[in-house]
Design a binder for this molecule. Structure first.
Ligand code: SF4
Ligand code: SF4
Length: 298
């Protein structure tokens, strides 16, 4: 048996800013929504979204005997989160200016699990950071971290949308579970819908075909005719407008500090070797220097 208080202490020790615990459950409604969304073409043919949908809805298909999902988040708002001048043609989503969170958060989750295993030796499970098909935002809501905003991201009262999630799917029951937050939400606000320069935010979901984040990072070899509005990797426009981000503090965890300055970087003069040397540890490793230069032209 896991204990809620011990999980939370372990999450704090591992460096997480937010944490909550939810019971494993069948997320049939989320599965149906995803299937309809894909059928409508909003997924832009991204094959990883179409694979293993049944596993997203049932965590026990990822971890046999799964009982408990621990959801943890790190706040990452930094000096590039919504501060680029409008004429800037070298904008990079602020999460991508740091060391790749997949690496960092996975290590933090492993530390959390090591601590829990010392307290509960029969425990087993797996940790995920965007690395498996699981409805992590839904579990974050169930675990009381926040709610799903109109731009389909998790919104937290303390840190807005500039949070990165990781989950641990565990095989033991917990002595108690968190519950969804009450009396919070977007209310009448529609700022993220209005802020998207390509009208890709459709209340509670995204039309990925028009989303700059996909177009700059995941468009493959297809030619692009959709404007990128100065973004060369990712896009923060539907986040920086969110009122919950205005008062969110700048992250102080050095693991999530920017490692470069996008507008000050000379992407044209850089060699491929320089690009690899400087950005291999960052999310920019998902793209190429050539693609970044192409995006600057669009
Ligand atoms: S990331 Fe940018 S393009 Fe995509 S929905 Fe948000 S504002 Fe629109
Ligand atoms: S900008 Fe407004 S509508 Fe969009 S997520 Fe934030 S609070 Fe919700």
């Amino acid at each position: 048996m896991l204990h809620l208080s011990q999980i939370k202490s372990a999450a704090i020790s591992a460096g997480f800013d937010l944490y909550g615990v939810a019971k494993c459950q069948n997320l049939a409604a989320d599965r149906a929504f995803l299937e309809q969304w894909l059928e409508a073409g909003y997924g832009a043919g991204l094959s990883y979204l179409e694979r293993n949908i049944h596993k997203r809805a049932d965590a026990s298909l990822l971890v046999e005997g799964a009982k408990t999902v621990v959801v943890c988040a790190v706040a990452y708002k930094n000096r590039f989160s919504g501060t680029y001048p409008s004429h800037c043609r070298q904008k990079i989503a602020s999460y991508a200016t740091t060391v790749d969170y997949h690496t960092t958060i996975k290590q933090m989750l492993q530390q959390l699990c090591t601590t829990l295993k010392q307290q509960c030796p029969t425990l087993s499970g797996r940790v995920f950071t965007d690395s498996a098909p699981i409805f992590e935002k839904r579990y974050a809501v169930e675990a009381g971290l926040g709610w799903i905003g109109r731009q389909s991201l998790l919104v937290t009262p303390q840190f807005g949308t500039f949070v990165l999630l990781g989950v641990a799917v565990l095989t033991e029951e917990c002595d108690s579970y968190d519950t969804p937050l009450q009396s919070v939400g977007c209310g009448e606000c529609r700022r993220c819908i209005e802020a998207c320069p390509n009208n890709a935010v459709i209340d509670r979901h995204i039309d990925t075909r028009r989303c700059i984040s996909r177009l700059t990072i995941e468009r493959g070899s297809e030619s692009n005719t959709t404007p990128l509005h100065g973004w060369i990797f990712g896009c923060d426009s539907c986040q920086s407008c969110c009122p919950y981000n205005a008062n969110a503090p700048i992250a102080t965890n050095p693991l999530f500090a920017p490692t470069f300055d996008p507008p000050q970087t000379d992407w044209q003069k850089m060699s491929e070797a320089d690009f690899t040397a400087h950005f291999a540890q960052t999310p920019l490793s998902r793209t190429t220097l050539e693609r970044i230069r192409e995006n600057m032209e669009e």
